[in-house]
Ligand binder design. Sequence first.
Ligand code: MF3
Ligand code: CO
Length: 284
Amino acid sequence: MMRMRSSLEIKTPAQLDLMRKAGLIVAEALAAVSEQVGDGVTTAQLNSIAEAVIRRHNALPSFLGYHGYPAVICTSVNSEVVHGIPNDKPLRDGDIISIDCGAYILDSRGTQWHGDSAVTVIVGGDSAATQEDLALSAVTRDSMWAGLAAAQVGARLTDIGAAIEAVVRKAPHYYGILEEYTGHGIGTAMHLAPAVENYGPGGRGPMLKPGLALAIEPMLTFGSADTDVLADQWTVVTSDASRAAHWEHSVAITDEGPWVLTAPDGGAATFARMGIASPASARG
Ligand code: MF3
Ligand code: CO
C-alpha cells in the first residue's frame, strides 16, 4: 500500500529554540498589552504597544499584511470572537476582549520562526466582570491547557480536540465551540498543517511526533457556535450576539512532554499543577 509522506513540519531542537525566542517576544507583547487594558483605552493604542515590543526585539509581526490584515494584533471585543481589527473606539469596564498576537524572528538563512498566542481579559479586572464572563474565559483557558497537555509524543492529533471538548462539556453551562476556526501547525509560517479542531472524538489523525509544533486555540461562545464575518472581511462575530472568549498558546511536542513556547515559564507551573511532565522546568 502507498504511504503518503507526512507533510507535518518537524523542527530540530535548535529550530525549537528559535521558536522559543519568538514565543517569548509574543508573551512579552501580550503581557505589556494586558497591563494597559482599561476603561477608555482604545484597541489601536494596544496595537501600538504590541508593535513596539516586537520591534524592540528586532522581531517582525506575523499578522501585519497576512492576507492583507492591517494590524499587529487582533482585538475581539464582547460578541467578536476572533480577528477583530484594532480601532479608535474606547474599551469600557466589563468588556471581554481577546488579544491575539503573532511574531517571528529570522534565522541566518532568512527562514522565519513564528510564535502565536492569545489571551482573554475583562476590562477593569475581575471586579468589573460578571460571573458569566469570568467562567467563560476560565473554561476557555482551562480547555486550552487540557489541549496543550494532550500534545504528547505517541498521542494522535484529535486527542487534543477531545481533551479540549471534555473540559468544556464538564462545565455547568453549555458553551458553543467554534467549528469553522481551528488551531494549526506553526513554525516557518504562522499557519501550517495540521488544522487542530477544538472538539470531536480522540484517537484519530496523525501520531504526534517530537519536533512538531502546534498553536492550540479554543474559541468558545456563551450561546450558539454560529458565526458571521463582518463587512471588514475579518471580524468574526457570534450570530446570536453572545459573548466569546479565545485563548491560544504555541506548543512544541518533545520526548520530555509539551513545551509551551509562548508561556514565560514554558508551561511549567500549570503542568505541575496538572501533574503533567514537561521539559519547561529544565529548559525554561
Ligand atoms: N492567531 C490567529 C490565527 O491563528 C491569527 C490571526 S489572523 C491574522 O488565526 F490575519 F490576523 F493574522
Ligand atoms: Co493561531
